[in-house]
Design a protein around this ligand. Sequence first.
Ligand code: PLP
Length: 390
Amino acid sequence: MSPSPVARAEIVVDLAVIRHNVATLRRAVDPEGAGTVRMMTVVKADGYGHGMVESAAAAREAGAEWLGVATVDEAMALRAAGDTGRVLCWLAVPGEGYADPVAADVDVTAATLPVLGEIAEAAHHLQRTARVQLKIDTGLSRGGATAADWPDLVAEAARLEERGLVRVTGIWSHFACSDEPDHPANDAQEEAFRHALDVAAAAGLRPEVRHLANSAGALLRPSSRFDLVRCGLASYGLDPAPGHTADLGLVPAMTVRATLALVKPIAAGAGVSYGHTWIAPQPTTVGLVPAGYGDGVPRHASNTAETWVGGKRRPVRGRICMDQFVVDLEGDQAEAGDEVVLFGIGRDGEPTAQDWAEACGTISYEIVTRIGGRFVRRHVQPDRGAEDPE
Ligand SMILES: *Cc1c(COP(=O)(O)O)cnc(C)c1O
């Protein structure tokens, strides 16, 4: 047996934890097990950095009826990987073409007449019925049809449905402030959504799924669950609304770790890293972490975030560089080759993605989604003893 190679810097994703989180979320949104609230696990942006295909498979195993992605390419990548279940995508530009997703039975989103027309044309060419979900803007002012355009959109969709070119499988919208449960926009958006559903019903549409809630909406606002919830962040075990969500037992699935490249003493007064933004107030030892902003370690973490070495929190000293950064070992025993955890589950006291987000003035979504670069991602399933290196 050859010794396992030392990992310079790796992202370890626990798929058993993703399965646990998805199953936990399903129970949380459907406490009676009535089966009326279905689960869409959102796996866009490479599964928020966790690996899209692997995360999607884990979510399916845990019972996710739907997968959600942003782009057509992402949806097609799921199909190419063998996923045959319901998949919704929601972001395309004019002329991108709907032949592939329509042929692959992917649900596509329309919010304007021209897009609906493009989808119907693709269906006509393929001689099949496109699965279309209509999106209404209820107050995010991002994607979605305006309330003024909605009646025309649903009327045209109903005509296309009669011609057999499309089947309107869903009607949906997206919250602006669901991480602030008391924000008045939430009530306003839900009311606007109910009105849009009434308009669509009056036009004769009978969608399979009506949906509004992302993770925070699903957890904090039961009235917003409708037929389906779209859970992204919470599926990966991170808190979509820090300070508001009850502890459901969700567990972070991602651990980012590296091997210290070098440990050495520095003298009092030594400046550390570019610009000498940190000067050692007393003699100390520092460890060199072989990952930097080229790998998605945020430069905003300079002098603010903490890591974990030898069972203790170790502050980042000086600036995060492109390939490396320095942590303060404060004279403790440590040597090159020791493990450094940037962030992980947090169970033993190690920092979490949420800690890094707070240190950087951002959200945990951005921390996990941007980490990558030269990190090697590895999926583990400790309950099955299997490992799939990429
Ligand atoms: C990303 C996204 C989601 C998932 O949001 P989370 O806050 O991660 O649960 C849901 N719906 C849409 C439209 C999205 O773009």
